[in-house]
Design a protein around this ligand. Sequence first.
Ligand code: SAH
Length: 465
Amino acid sequence: MDYLPLFHCLQQRPVLLVGGGSVALRKARLLSRAGGILHVIAPKIHPQLLQLLEQHSGRYTLRVWQPGDCGGHVLVVAATTDNEVNRQIVAEADGQGIPVNVVDTPSLCSVIFPAIVDRSPLLVAVSSGGHAPVLTRLVRARLETLLPAAYGQLAQLAQKFRSAVKQRFDDLQQRRVFWEDTLQGPVAEQVFAGNLAAAELLMEERLAGKVPAVQGEVYLVGAGPGDPDLLTFKALRLMQQADVVLYDRLVAPEIVDMCRRDADRIYVGKAASRHSLPQDQINAHLVELAQQGKRVLRLKGGDPFIFGRGGEEIEELAQNGVPFQVVPGITSASGCSCYAGIPLTHRDYAQSVRFVTGHLKDSSLNLPWHELVSDNQTVVFYMGLGTLPDIAVQLQAHGRSADTPVAVIERGTMAQQRVITGSLSTIAERVREAALQTPSLIIVGEVVALRERLSWFKLQAGQSA
Ligand code: SAH
């Protein structure tokens, strides 16, 4: 980190601005918007700058900067075109411990101006430390579109109710939860719709306990197959407001890292491991945590409702009257097929796709094989790495051609993704040679052949995906 971001309170404090041209005028506008009392030193001053000084009780001195001018100010901004003068100003300000900025010369500055998104009292500041001003502007533009204009009003409402909320909730965590629910629930929606009176009324009702103020809840969230960019906005938002996170092996560490920093993290492992919690204990744990008033994030790989036992988890919640939400994720069949360049359906080759588990049930693969052998169907096997040889044999035995293309994708969508292709007759051997590990997904069908033309992931880096 090259700089420490801080917000500087200039209200009624003296600020020195050296220079009187249009650049100085731009800075003067910003400084006076922040409440600074300006002193401008320059031999010649832009008429609009003079006007601004008059409006904001500023003053000016019509001459060049002289040693000794910096003293008595809380901030010095140099906007002259004379590099030597700028250097002297910096030396003097630094010597006196006064923060100093030279416009457009970050190397001389002890403080720099960020790009800002102003939703006062809410402020967002963005900086690249002077390295990439265009990028900074692009980020700012994106933030402008992300933050509703009424955020300022929402912040004002928060300010208004701050002490009432503090009185109502002694407990810090309950207070935080109350605010989070306020700022992204129905109250915020009323503010965004311009109904300030309705928002305040709702706020008072919540404080009076007419609407439950704080309640535990479970978010069953799909984290997608691995690439953090494949998370949904909703997943990310809930990840950042959860008090406790239960996750398993399939969720990439980078994704777990994106959860709220001070949320408790509980690893619940994978079903087959000795270190994991059995499913019924996970279910009971979710209920218990929510009943303590916590917002519990149950983070699952892929989509929680596709081979994720999500149904079992929320059934227990429903039985115990615990509120919950379910957020879909990109299932590994979608993620892996896209990142491997294999469309799951195609007008010419596959009119349907089936997702099947390759996991043994009662120590055998009890699958409706005759339904999986039609030429125009893509079949995706989850949890099938261990049973791949058997899958390949059974599909052929039930009539699917030995030449049918097959792909096995290990750690799909992640930087370490590996794809092994072959046919029903060769794939088991190739996968064994490559020593693929879990998680791996198997795709069977003519569409696999399209990969030769459509593979894209990592190609830019000159590697094969
Ligand atoms: N709910 C998950 C699936 C859980 S079952 C989903 O919707 O994707 C676990 C199986 O998913 C693994 O055995 C593997 O077959 C597959 N899988 C999950 N993530 C994967 C990944 N990144 N790459 C390849 N396969 C993956």
